[in-house]
Design a protein around this ligand. Structure first.
Ligand code: FES
Length: 536
């Protein structure tokens, strides 16, 4: 189940641990040796991937949902409960991508947000945000109970903590703001971590679970033969009703369409590529014999650190997260894992690292998700995106709002999440042109390169080389085989960067990611990279 990745450590990396205020060198980086390095999400490793059918023919449904993560599947369940004929179309498998790589905290506590929300949006809309996220916790509980889903659900308090005296006032103000909005907040100095923070804000009555057990449990309630199609990537959605969804395998026509595929891939409307950026962050899972953490934690300090416990068959596993950065930015991604591991060694005498995985989040301009109509002029096309790093409640909020819109029911939270609330000043015309034509077919070309271009690429390393004015992205695997792609993003043409920890080509413009063989890992692109057969 693991992706085995071999890293050649041939650089000295300096990582600053701001908690200790000192810079340290990770000794192991100063060795030119190969070492096995695994990345695998615990959520994926602990539960087999689902096996719903591929779309093989043309079908018609009332509502089509693009994306089989928590948002898409919850929306499908809510619509099905109302008797709507609905189908979910997923490019990979259910709950495999974003939902399969989260930290799975079910909370309305989204770090320090409420004080800023009140200032930026006013009291009424800030209250909508707070109430919607609290309601999402209750909705998740009700769905688990209704369908009897065994998903390691566990009530927990959620804390934002600080180790910096200067941040205490900020936390106190946040508690004040949260209380004004009716949230279950209080200031505390009593926390259950392997160190003693200076203070924290506690939200009671929050929860955690195993996100894949929950979403797959929900998916199984959609017991209709056309309810879920996997390994079927939607390439385009026509305008006008009914919409036609073009996939790699067939067409779906639908009276209404909901896009929940993480970063929305239709560029003609909505301008999400202007309104959002993406960030990657990292999690390690470790065992320790030291006392158990109680609660879910995130720091208000820099660098951000996050903690929670997950019960596994081998005992409690500490999930330690952090190290966010914009997708495709920075030189090497591997030091982010190293920084978390180093921090674990500061905190615990006996950390045994079991898992390492990373995730990608869409960050909206104003920090509030975009939920509702895809744009002002798309009456029957909807979107749920921009959940930042709080996808468990935000995706559930999106499912509740969008299903209410489709069912023509009043929803008290639509205004704050209105996806058309910001109209970007930039003209969209130039982007429409670039986003119009899509195809998922590979194009492979033969290319002859001088040997010197690949001699200085180490085993396990990826690099962009330029030959006769043409850029080629080359990954040399552990057997020395070369995998060459065009390093130009198929979304809107930005140059890709090599991600050494995940062995992928990443785009810093809007977060598209590709395997070293050119396959799409993350939207908004839906088109694979051009590949090359290299001759030296
Ligand atoms: Fe938009 Fe790459 S993701 S250009």
């Amino acid at each position: 189940m693991y992706e085995n990745i071999y890293i050649r450590y041939n650089i000295v990396q300096k990582v600053t641990d701001k908690r200790k205020g000192d810079a340290f060198t990770i000794d192991t980086f100063n060795q030119s040796v190969e070492k096995k390095f695994d990345t695998q999400s615990y959520w994926i490793d602990s539960m087999p991937l689902t096996c719903f059918p591929k779309l093989e023919s043309n079908i018609h449904v009332d509502v089509a949902i693009v994306g089989g993560g928590l948002c898409g599947i919850t929306t499908a369940v809510l619509l099905k409960q109302a008797g709507i004929d609905v189908c979910v179309i997923e490019a990979k498998t259910v709950a495999q991508r974003t939902t399969g790589h989260t930290s799975a905290k079910i909370t309305s506590q989204h770090n320090l947000i409420y004080n800023t929300l009140i200032s930026n949006f006013g009291m009424e809309k800030a209250r909508q945000y707070a109430e919607a996220n609290q309601a999402a916790i209750e909705k998740i509980k009700r769905l688990i109970n209704k369908y009897n889903i065994d998903c390691d659900f566990s009530p927990q308090n959620a804390y934002v903590y600080t180790e910096n005296e200067n941040n205490i006032t900020k936390l106190e103000k946040e508690v004040e703001a949260a209380l004004k909005l009716g949230l279950p907040a209080h200031f505390t100095t009593q926390m259950y971590l392997p160190f003693s923070p200076k203070g924290g804000m506690c939200f009671t009555g929050q929860a955690q679970f195993h996100p894949r057990k929950y979403v797959v449990g929900l998916a199984k309630t959609l017991d209709h033969p056309n309810a879920i199609f996997e390994k079927t990537r939607v390439l385009d959605i026509s305008e006008g009703t009914p919409h036609t969804l073009i996939t790699e395998n067939g067409k779906v026509t639908a009276n209404q369409v909901i896009v929940t595929s993480h970063f929305p891939f239709i560029n003609r409307n909505g301008l999400y590529f202007i309104k959002m950026h993406t960030e990657r962050s990292y999690i390690i899972g470790l065992h320790t014999k030291q006392p158990r953490i109680q609660g879910m934690y995130i720091s208000a300090d820099n660098p951000t650190r996050s903690f929670r416990i997950q019960r596994t068959s081998e005992g409690d596993m500490v999930m330690l997260g952090g190290e966010s950065h914009r997708t495709g930015n920075g030189k090497s991604t591997f030091p982010h894992y190293a920084a978390l591991e180093h921090y674990a060694k500061i905190l615990y005498k006996d950390p045994r690292i079991l898992y390492r995985w990373s995730t990608q989040d869409c960050i909206p301009l104003d920090n509030v998700p975009y939920i509702g109509h895809y744009s002002d002029n798309t009456e029957t096309l909807y979107v749920g995106t921009g959940f930042k790093k709080w996808g468990m409640t935000s995706a559930t909020v999106a499912a509740m709002i969008i299903s209410d819109l489709i069912l023509k029911k009043e929803n008290p939270w639509v205004d704050v999440f209105n996806s058309s609330r910001a109209t970007p000043k930039a003209s969209a015309t130039q982007f429409v042109m670039q986003g119009a034509a899509v195809t998922a077919n590979y194009v492979t070309r033969a290319l002859t390169l001088p040997t010197k271009h690949v001699e200085d690429i180490s085993y396990g390393e990826g690099k962009i080389v330029t030959h006769e004015g043409e850029k080629v992205g080359i990954y040399k695997d552990n057997e020395g085989k070369l995998h060459a792609v065009s390093p130009i993003c198929t979304h809107m043409g930005c140059q890709l960067k090599w991600n050494d920890a995940e062995k992928s080509w990443d785009c810093s413009c809007h977060g598209s990611r590709f395997t070293y063989q050119g396959d799409v890992i993350e939207s908004p692109t839906v088109k694979a990279l051009e590949t090359y057969d290299i001759e030296l």
